[in-house]
Design a binder for this molecule. Sequence first.
Ligand code: NAP
Length: 278
Amino acid sequence: MTARILDGRPIAEATGRCPSLVAVLIGDDEASTVYVRAKARAAERCGIDVQVRRLAAAAGTGAALATVEGLASEPAVDAVLVELPLPTGMDAARIQAAIDPLRDADGVAPRNVNGWLLGLDGPRPATAQAVMTMLLAAGCEPAGRRAAVVGRSAWVGKPAALLLLEANATVTIAHSRTRNLPDVTREAEILVAATGVPGLIRAEHIRPGAVVIDVGTTVVGQGPSERIAGDVDVAGALEVASVLTRVPGGVGPVTTAILLRTVVQLAEDRRRAPADTE
Ligand code: NAP
């Protein structure tokens, strides 16, 4: 008898390729470049393929829209992410809204935003989910507690407030036009800072014993003194808060882990329903 040689390659192809994420990186924001690299490294460890599509800052909203819309017809792309912030003058809302909802890694396409507003299943903004994961890890149950979110962007502050509300916290959203910010934030047992203003939240903003989640990540300093700073003045906060998340190394890596989990979920959903999605 002559043995039959079994070729694994077609079997592997039929079984499926690795989940794939395309990160659209527009302009040369230093922090965004670092974050995309970190995501790519973390993705590689999980067997997720990450490609970066770069556009120059001068490309304009039209070119960005064309790139993002074009990704919806690439069969090998399971998930798409537009790295923020975008260069000044670009319409971030329109560009995010152009992401195919079936490939929306960060839950920002309008259909998915509707979904999370209505409490339906589907991708949700990873950073907001990371805030909730950090609270859980801190042993902090939001139900019935007063929470304040400082920052109201559509992809960080608002969804974080909504998830806290969904978890039955009583939520206040503060922003740059809020008067007497310390009076507002000092009420909060859970304080989420998401402004990108380093050191904005000091001891006087924090209720004794509060759990403080620092989402801010801003590059400060130059050359050898360059570092990533959060929104919270760490020395002051440590005197008053019961828990403070680290920056860097706090909400950031948890956000990446959640994002990658969503990429895998989107890839699985597309494998299950290929006719609808390709
Ligand atoms: P954004 O779009 O610039 O929004 C900033 C928000 O902060 C706005 O709502 C703004 O108020 C508010 N704000 C600014 N200055 C303020 C002040 N002095 N007092 C009170 N509120 C103030 O930024 P974003 O995209 O939401 O990101 C916020 C921060 O989170 C940034 O540092 C970003 O790098 C970081 N981030 C971290 C992660 C992570 O995974 N760790 C992920 C995403 C973003 P107005 O609306 O009134 O202008």
